[in-house]
Structure formats: structure tokens, C-alpha cells
Design a protein around this ligand. Structure first.
Ligand code: ADP
Ligand code: MG
Length: 359
């Protein structure tokens, strides 16, 4: 087991692409740490640089107190699971799982025993003599996990390991992976572009864009108090409403024709802000008032136990999550009230940073 420290990590690819720009990250010993961000933000590059599959242009990679920046992959004591699993199609499950042990010259009998044991831990005992082509997607994924576990690495690196599974399998594999990581307590860096996966699995999450860290925090922290509008719109099953407004007297923000209660703190009246409120924290009300957002329903999306309504009005486009039996219909007028203790204020310019110390 080992902590990971990335310091000033920069990666330039040939052709002038700067994938990482002075990245700083600390992963604690035994932690399940997620790297979350849109495609192309540098997640795979970070993992490959930790693994030693890419050489850092500048900066250092420290694992368990050892500077491994210039060490080859085989001497870093990390195991990576790739998005496409990278199994050997002509080898059996046993031989795939035992492969890293073979590279390390572990004697045949011992490595077959360890491979069978690890595969057994992952419920693959009946599949030991099969080849990857004879396995389901979920089983292939577990073979890749078993191969990573077999040589007892200090660190697991997972690059979107669930993205090739169908929706149902993905949920099962997610729970399985979380339980496994808890049991093994091996430091894990898990890459995903799926915010729900990061929130569900991780002890802490780093949200990235354009090779930069935009926020690091627990799932609760990044969900409750996104540090900027990028994180606010990236985290959550529906993006946060981010509405342009102006601070007015009485600790309110004027958004369209609504004066909404907000944690304005010391911000002077007249200051332009972005008023952030999650669709889950707006509630329906039968009548319009000073602190209601009013508009016309333009879209109704059924999400199962809830509905997502899109509303157009003086405040702009606003999304609201309501119970599935709301009887909302396109074209109808709607009034909603924000939960004041869940409102967040952001800068309208720059990096859109959070302005107030909201609870
Ligand atoms: P992610 O995994 O978040 O999708 P990547 O780390 O794969 O992002 O890529 C980050 C950036 O680096 C992207 O702009 C991508 O096009 C670029 N990139 C990745 N690999 C290479 C490469 N081998 N050569 C040149 N550019 C690359
Ligand atoms: Mg990637």
C-alpha cells in the first residue's frame, strides 16, 4: 500500500498538445480516488504517467515515498486495468491472470495456484480454462481485475473499467468493485467521465478540465459546494441551474423578475452574480410570489420515480425535478420556489468561482 503524490506534473505530446499543465494531486494510502472529467481532459494521461507508460515532460511522481518519475513501469509496483481490458485472446483465464507473475519469473506451480486463488476470489473458478472470447463482458472485466490483483501491487490504476459494460452490469460491477477495494484497501486511482460513478465509488474526487484540477473533495463536498461553475454543471444527475442575476437589498438576488433568497454575505447590492440552484432543490408552489420563479413548461422528461421539467420564463431556462405524479404538461404555467439553504452564488466571469461561504 502506498500514497501517491503528483507534483508539477506536465505532459506535452508530440505536435504541441499540452495534456497536463503543472498538475498537483495527493492520493492517500488506501484511498479510492476518482479522476473525473470530460473526454480529452487528460485523465488517461495522468494514469499512464503514474504507471510509467508515459514519461512526464516535467514534475514528479512519488509512490509510497519513492520518487518513481524515471523508473520503468515494471519497477513501480502498480497494476493498471485498461478500458478494453487488454486480455490476451489466445490465453485461458488462468494464463491471463498469471501473466504478470510469469513476467516476474514466479515458478509455474506457484503462479497457477495464485492465479486460481485470485480468479476464485472474483467468482471465476468455473471459467479458469476458458478464453476471453468465451466470456461475458462482466467476466472479462473480472479477469482484468484478477490479473491486476495477482501480483499484489501497491496501487491500482483503473481507466474507465466499467464503460464497456451494459447499464445493468455496470451497476453490479460498481458495487462489486467498491466492496473489493474496501477489502483489499489498496490505493486506487479510478478514471471515469461518469459523475454518478465517481460519486458512488470514491472517497475523494478530483474534477478535471483541460489538464487542470478544478476541485478536489469528497463526493458530498463536490456535490454540495461545487467550487466553480464548471464543477457545478458537471456534477449531478441533472446539471445545476446557473442563472445570471444581480444582488439586491434584503439578502436576495434578482433573477429575471424573481427576488430569490441567497447567501449574499458581504456582497454589495448591484453586484452581478450567477445564482446556482440544483433542479432537485426547486419545489412546486401553486401561486406566484416575490420569491418564485415563474415560466411555461416546455419539456417533460420521465426519469422513473421523478420527472425533469424544463421551464422558460423571465429567469431564463430553468430545470426542475418533481415527483413522477406531478401531472405537469407542456404549455402549462409553473411556479417554483428555491430552497434558500441550497442556493450558491458564483462569479459571472473568470473561472466562475464560488463567491460565498455557503453552509
Ligand atoms: P482523457 O483520458 O481524459 O479522455 P487523454 O489523457 O487521453 O484524455 O488526452 C488528453 C489530451 O492529450 C487530449 O487532447 C488528447 O487528444 C491528447 N493526447 C492523448 N494521447 C496523445 C498522444 N499519444 N499523442 C498526442 N496527443 C495525445
Ligand atoms: Mg481516457
Amino acid at each position: 500500500m502506498a500514497a501517491i503524490a503528483l507534483t508539477g506534473l506536465t505532459k506535452d505530446y508530440p505536435g504541441g498538445v499540452r495534456a497536463l499543465d503543472g498538475l498537483e494531486l495527493d492520493v492517500a494510502d488506501g484511498e479510492f480516488f476518482a479522476l473525473l472529467g470530460p473526454s480529452g481532459c487528460g485523465k488517461t494521461t495522468i494514469l499512464r504517467t503514474i504507471a510509467g507508460l508515459e514519461e512526464a515532460t516535467a514534475g514528479t511522481v512519488v509512490i509510497g515515498g519513492d520518487d518513481v518519475t524515471r523508473l520503468p513501469p515494471g519497477r513501480r509496483d502498480v497494476a493498471m486495468v485498461f478500458q478494453d481490458y487488454a486480455l490476451f485472446p489466445h490465453m485461458t483465464v488462468t494464463d491471463n491472470v498469471a501473466y504478470p507473475l510469469r513476467i516476474r519469473k514466479v515458478p509455474t506451480a506457484e503462479r497457477r495456484g495464485r492465479a486460481a486463488e485470485t480468479a476464485g476470489q472474483l467468482g471465476l473458478t468455473k471459467q479458469l480454462d476458458r478464453r476471453p472470447g468465451q466470456l461475458s463482458g462482466g467476466q472479462q472485466q473480472r479477469v482484468a481485475l484478477a490479473r491486476a490483483m495477482a501480483c499484489h501491487p501497491r496501487v491500482f490504476l483503473f481507466d474507465e473499467p466499467l464503460s464497456n459494460l451494459d447499464a445493468r452490469m455496470r451497476l453490479e460491477a460498481r458495487t462489486f468493485l467498491k466492496r473489493l477495494q474496501r477489502e483489499l484497501a489498496v490505493t486506487t486511482v479510478f478514471v471515469t467521465h461518469d459523475q454518478a460513478e465517481a460519486l458512488a465509488l470514491a472517497d475523494r474526487i478530483a474534477v478535471l478540465s483541460d489538464g487542470r484540477v478544478r476541485q478536489v473533495g469528497t463526493p458530498t463536498e463536490v456535490f454540495r459546494r461545487p467550487a466553480n461553475t464548471f464543477v457545478a454543471s458537471f456534477i449531478g444527475s441533472t446539471p445545476m441551474n446557473l442563472l445570471p442575476g444581480t444582488v439586491t437589498a434584503g439578502a436576495r438576488v434578482l433573477v429575471g423578475d424573481a427576488a430569490l433568497p441567497a447567501p449574499v454575505g458581504e456582497i454589495a447590492p448591484g453586484t452581478p452574480v450567477v445564482y446556482g440552484i440544483r433542479p432537485e432543490y426547486l419545489r412546486l408552489t401553486p401561486t406566484a410570489g416575490e420569491d418564485t420563479v415563474t415560466g411555461e413548461i416546455t419539456v417533460v422528461e420521465n426519469l422513473g420515480s421523478t420527472q425533469l421539467l424544463t421551464l422558460e420564463g423571465p429567469a431564463g431556462t430553468v430545470q426542475v425535478v418533481v415527483p413522477e405524479d406531478s401531472e405537469a404538461a407542456p404549455g402549462a404555467p409553473l411556479h417554483v420556489v428555491p430552497r434558500a439553504d441550497r442556493a450558491l452564488l458564483y462569479r459571472p466571469d473568470g473561472d466562475g468561482e464560488l463567491l460565498t461561504n455557503c453552509p
